[in-house]
Design a protein around this ligand. Structure first.
Ligand code: ATP
Ligand code: MG
Length: 729
């Protein structure tokens, strides 16, 4: 048999891995050394040379996108389409695979068949309600912190009764966790951490199922293993049993999810727990220029806790890494955009460029700058589309329709659009639900039936319940997109948002249209094949929304957090906000362990770049409504100076090409602007109609002076200062 195509384009060490006998393996290697590539080739090898059935392979990737890519690559290598359906190979993220398993055995997992996944937003909303019910003050029991507590306990495999508590604070946390869990169980809701814990418990409590899957998955492969947490490790360990062969690939220098419970020690644990593990190190980097690689290597050498790896390349030196000191975040965004335009003018594709940032909130100003210049962009990994209010409303209707016990959705839409169900009525419904251990839907029914609610309130509630029932009977037989369209209209959502005047209402309607469109184009992935189209779509919306946006294939710049850039590569990379206090973040710079994790994150970011890397920082920055003056990040100082080129030029101020905007974004210009208009460039302002915006430019003096403001929702406008009633904020 011709095996050359499976080994082509691999170096000797990589071939050793791909063509190794059936055994447990650890591939420990730095960024861009071909770990993922080797994993893909190994799967193809197992299928074609070892004649392993796709049925007995389970592969874990870090994102849904990576899973889709992996499927495509294997199929291309083998030149045929593989069975990924019911009996085929399982490829997915830990969460996706756990979900698939629970869908296959809901009753064994103690879940209703129509259980729903909730995202972190829903989880917070639910927790807030529980805190209210328990009479706990949100200031003391911060919902986000409580969610963090619950999720981390789940990641460690702990249920409330497993937790030993000795102090009142611990007891309260435990109680909130227990109440939260009861509420979720009653409503058939499963959060992200719960997916993993349930899947683990399923096998723990149902040995016959475990045995079935152990017999089935003889070959397990895991990418990005350094970021597995306790429960994920336990899950793989259990599935592998004594006889399956496990191959893990990872890089301790890229472990960046410690804050979320990932345990890089799992790599060492793997070597102890599994028999005869062959460890292979790959040392040649094929991704980046030698300049980028040298800088990244030198940076990571500042960390003490390392397993130690060498990484070299015989690639070209390439261009220096450019460091740009921006005046403020607007100037920074402007600089990035100007370089992107130049990149495109040189005949390159925007798809090959990425902007990476530490915090999601940094994207907004970049988005504005990109929109101004009409450069298409895509936010990767952020739940952009499905996080929009109107979309969440529509989804909540759909969820309530398919599962009446979904309290989070009930809460969301019971009075959206307003139908006269006030806080008092809702309070009664919640209270009865709590006292009688009912879900909100049941509670609302009972209160109406028993006459506790009467008159207008009872009518309003009855109408709402009837509406949902009606929608259910009217639409359940229709094709998915027709169903969604009907639900949006009959529920009153459409009219509700149509009545919201201005561009905002318009864009909400467009989004709802886009949702219908998304359902029309929706083709369930193989793990959803045996669900109803609606259930599959809802699961997809919650679980995968970050990965699939409508404009996925358009030529667009990719924007993402450093965390979600893991495993990816781009010819051109911008890392923005490389400042003390931002990156490393304030808290982490005070703790050595966390500082090292931030440095690894910086290493991950830099090693995404293939040809050209820009690092930018701003002298002043406004974020979360606060102005701060940050020094350049210590990470910049840790880079070898012969790899860097400093750019001192300030970019031009205007977003347009007007003569006005040709002047430099200098200190004088800023002062001038203040003297003539009363507003500084970059200043945030509030307008009575257009809302919040940022001053971009100005012209004229005195009564004639005008400012150009870029509004978050209304876009860019020139306004006469004397009339505009702008307020500095
Ligand atoms: P990361 O740690 O960032 O996930 P990785 O180790 O998984 O990186 P890959 O993404 O598999 O690395 O490979 C990096 C790049 O190098 C890819 O573009 C890949 O196609 C290429 N590559 C890997 N091995 C070789 C090789 N032997 N010859 C040529 N190119 C290679
Ligand atoms: Mg990889």
């Amino acid at each position: 048999m011709d095996i050359s195509h499976l080994l082509d384009g691999l170096n000797d060490k990589q071939r050793d891995v791909v063509a190794a006998p059936l055994q447990n393996m650890l591939v420990l290697a730095g960024a861009g050394s071909g770990k993922t590539r080797v994993l893909v080739h190994r799967i193809a090898w197992l299928l074609q040379i070892e004649q392993v059935s796709p049925h007995s392979i389970l592969a874990v990737t870090f994102t849904n996108k990576a899973a889709a890519e992996m499927r495509g690559r294997i199929e291309r290598l083998l030149g045929n389409s593989l069975g990924f359906g019911r009996g085929g190979m399982w490829i997915g993220t830990f969460h996706g695979l756990a979900h698939r398993l629970l869908r296959a055995h809901p009753l064994d997992a103690n879940l209703p068949e129509d259980f729903q996944i909730i995202d972190s937003d829903d989880q917070l909303r639910l927790l807030k309600r529980i805190l209210r019910n328990l009479n706990l003050d949100e200031k003391q029991w911060v919902p986000r912190a409580v969610a963090g507590y619950i999720n981390s306990k789940k990641d460690e495999g702990l249920r409330p009764h497993h937790i030993d508590v000795y102090d009142p604070v611990g007891r309260t946390y435990q109680k909130i966790y227990a109440t939260y869990q009861e509420t979720c169980d009653r409503a058939g809701l499963v959060d992200f951490a719960e997916l993993l814990l349930r899947a683990h418990e399923l096998w723990l409590h149902k040995p016959h199922l475990l045995e079935h899957y152990q017999q089935r998955f003889r070959h397990i492969l895991v990418d990005e293993f350094q970021d597995t947490n306790g429960i994920q490790y336990a899950w793989i360990r259990m599935l592998a049993g004594d006889s399956s062969k496990v191959m893990i690939v990872g890089d301790d220098d890229q472990s960046i999810y410690g804050w979320r419970g990932a345990r890089v020690e799992n790599i060492q644990r793997f070597m102890q727990d599994f028999d005869d593990v062959q460890t292979i190190r790959l040392e040649q980097n094929y991704r980046s220029t030698s300049t980028i690689l040298k800088a990244a290597n030198q940076l990571i050498a500042n960390n003490s806790a390392r397993l130690g790896k060498e990484l070299w390349t015989d690639g070209v030196a390439g261009e220096s890494i450019s460091v740009y000191a921006a005046f403020n975040e607007i100037d920074e965004a402007r600089f990035v955009v100007s370089r992107l335009k130049a990149w495109r003018e040189q005949g390159n594709s925007l798809l090959d460029a990425a902007i990476l940032y530490r915090n999601n909130a940094q994207s907004r100003i970049l988005e504005e700058a990109l929109m101004q210049e009409q450069l298409p962009y895509r936010i990767y990994g952020g739940l952009r589309f499905f996080e929009r209010q109107e979309i969440k409303d529509a989804i909540a209707y759909l969820r309530l329709l398919s599962n009446h016990s979904d309290d989070a959705s009930f809460e969301r839409v019971v009075n959206t659009p307003t139908r006269g169900i006030g806080d008092r009525t809702l309070g009664l419904i919640r209270e009865a639900a709590r006292d009688r251990s009912l879900n909100l839907w049941q509670s609302a029914w009972q209160l109406c039936e028993q006459g506790v609610l009467a008159g207008r309130a009872a009518n309003a509630v009855r109408n709402f319940l009837a509406l949902i029932n009606q929608l259910e009977t009217d639409t359940s037989e229709l094709p998915l997109h027709v169903q969604v369209d009907r639900v949006i209209r009959q529920s009153g959502l459409w009219t509700h948002y149509e009545n919201e005047k201005g561009e905002k209402g318009q864009s909400r309607i467009e989004n709802l249209e886009e949702l219908v469109n998304a359902t029309r184009l929706f083709r369930p992935a193989e793990e959803y094949l045996d669900m109803s189209p609606l259930t599959a779509f809802l699961a997809h919306a919650t679980l995968e929304s970050g990965d699939k946006q409508a404009d996925e294939f358009d030529e667009a710049v990719q924007l993402m957090t450093l965390h979600s850039a893991k495993g990816l590569e781009f010819p051109l990379v911008f890392m923005v906000g490389v400042e003390e206090g931002m990156f490393p973040s304030q808290q982490s710079s005070e703790e050595p362990g966390r500082l090292e994790e931030e440095r690894r994150l910086c290493y991950v970011g830099m090693t995404r770049a293939m040809q050209k890397l820009y690092l930018t920082h701003a002298e002043s920055r406004r974020l979360y409504g606060k102005e701060s003056y940050n020094r350049p990040s210590r990470f910049l100082k840790e880079l070898p100076s012969d790899c860097l080129e400093e750019i001192r030029l300030r970019t031009q101020v205007g977003w347009s090409n007007s003569a006005q905007s040709q002047s430099r974004f200098s200190q004088e210009k800023l002062q001038d602007s203040f003297a003539s208009t009363g507003f500084k460039l970059g200043q945030r302002v509030l307008h009575p109609t257009f809302g919040e915006g940022v001053v971009l430019n100005y012209e004229g003096v005195g009564a004639q002076s005008r400012v150009q403001v870029n509004f978050a929702t209304a876009g860019s406008k020139w306004l006469v200062v004397a009339y505009a009633r702008l307020e500095a904020i």
